[in-house]
Design a protein around this ligand. Structure first.
Ligand code: FAD
Length: 341
């Protein structure tokens, strides 16, 4: 058995992109399955949490348990044909580096998902998506370590029950399995259908004569860099709230008072509304809390910025303030996309 180093009283500030000043009682870098088993055996009764890049998690309090930082690496081609490549990727690998690798190999499928922070292992958890593409479109299988049976198991794409920013890993399997590898099917560029209809991306590519994976990924990177604050300089967790889905009656009510509201018809009398628009129209773009430790981003109000020194209570109050203001104006309840721990 390898020697697993378990650290005590570890600051989590640099392990999550919102950078709250909180600590974990115990912390382990899991480079092997053995590290995970050792962590579990050392602290059978303590709460445990898996952590990737910490870009979709905010620690609002000290964590009185064991943080298992996923560092399970590896990249393996399982199959290659003239049309596609099947690749199995370690859950601890960096997501954006995987995108760059796929682009360098001229493989299509995840070019629209460039520059999303975080790990490969977390990508199925909330079915990451951007610019009209979701990771579920390229996932074949997800390998997990079942913490109860202590065995590796494989889930098919269907088993993962993917939805909008949702999967079985956020529900029935939350805390019960650790994702160890994800298997993707990438198309060779000649056989790939690009998804460039999304507003912003189609405009950026208007003058481009020949679309390829590199051109699309570079356009996505450029748009994202111009719109989203870099967590390194402005700690944030990306989109803080999900885009709410409302039924036809509520949509009609809102339209009566706000005829310019953008919405997307999902069918079945359901409509998706951009949360950023609601927050903006509620007058909350660029606002700060009383202590000026937190604020909505002045250009993209769906992103909350931590200016430093915020407490968990201040964050909760600020979230409540945003939700109540939006609810009072539109009758729409915002749900957080980020996991508060
Ligand atoms: C600037 C910025 C931009 C972003 N843009 C987007 C975007 O365009 N689209 C989008 O979908 N998301 C976006 N996000 C959110 C985030 O990047 C994704 O959700 C990402 O997949 C999180 O990866 P992570 O490794 O950081 O996960 P973490 O934050 O570490 O973990 C997220 C959740 O997954 C669980 N988890 C992590 N790893 C595993 C594992 N191996 N097994 C089981 N459970 C696990 C954790 O316990 C936690 O509940 C953005 C975030 C930021 C900061």
């Amino acid at each position: 058995m390898n020697q697993t180093r378990i650290h005590q009283n570890v600051s989590l500030k640099k392990y999550h992109t919102f950078a709250m000043e909180v600590k974990a009682d115990y912390f382990v870098e899991a480079q092997t399955i053995e590290d995970i088993i050792n962590g579990y055996q050392t602290f059978p009764d303590l709460p445990k949490m898996f952590l990737g890049g910490g870009s979709n998690v905010i620690f609002v309090n000290d964590f009185h348990g064991l943080i298992i930082h996923n560092k399970l690496m590896g990249r393996k081609i399982l199959k290659e044909t003239s049309e596609y490549v099947i690749a199995k990727i370690g859950a601890g690998e960096n997501w954006h580096r995987l995108v760059l690798w796929a682009v360098s190999q001229n493989l299509g499928g995840i070019e629209n998902l460039a520059l999303i922070p975080g790990s490969v292992g977390a990508s199925p958890v909330q079915n990451i998506g951007a610019y009209g593409v979701e990771v579920k479109d390229v996932i074949q299988e997800v390998e997990v370590f079942n913490l109860h049976t202590q065995k590796l198991e494989t889930l098919t794409n269907q088993d993962c029950q993917f939805g909008y920013r949702d999967s079985i890993f956020k529900r029935d399997l939350k805390g019960k399995v650790l994702i160890t590898n994800v298997t993707f099917k990438f198309n060779k560029a000649k056989h790939h259908t690009f998804n460039t209809d999304y507003k912003g991306l189609s405009e950026a590519l208007e003058s481009v004569r020949q679309i390829d994976v590199e051109v699309v990924s570079k356009a996505v990177i450029k748009i994202r860099q111009s719109k989203l604050p870099d967590p390194q300089s402005h700690p944030n967790s990306g989109s803080f709230f999900k885009n709410p889905v409302v039924d036809e009656d509520l949509m009609k009510n809102i339209l009566a008072n706000h005829p310019n509201i953008p919405s997307f018809d999902l069918g079945n009398n359901k409509f998706k509304i951009p949360a950023a628009w609601l927050i903006d129209q509620a007058g909350l773009k660029g606002v700060k809390n009383e202590t000026e430790t937190l604020g909505t981003n002045p250009t993209q109000p769906l992103v909350l910025i931590h200016y430093g020194g915020a407490t968990g209570d201040e964050l909760r109050e600020f979230i409540d303030f945003i939700r109540t203001t939006v609810d009072n104006k539109f009758g729409v309840t915002l749900e957080t996309e980020v996991n508060l721990v």
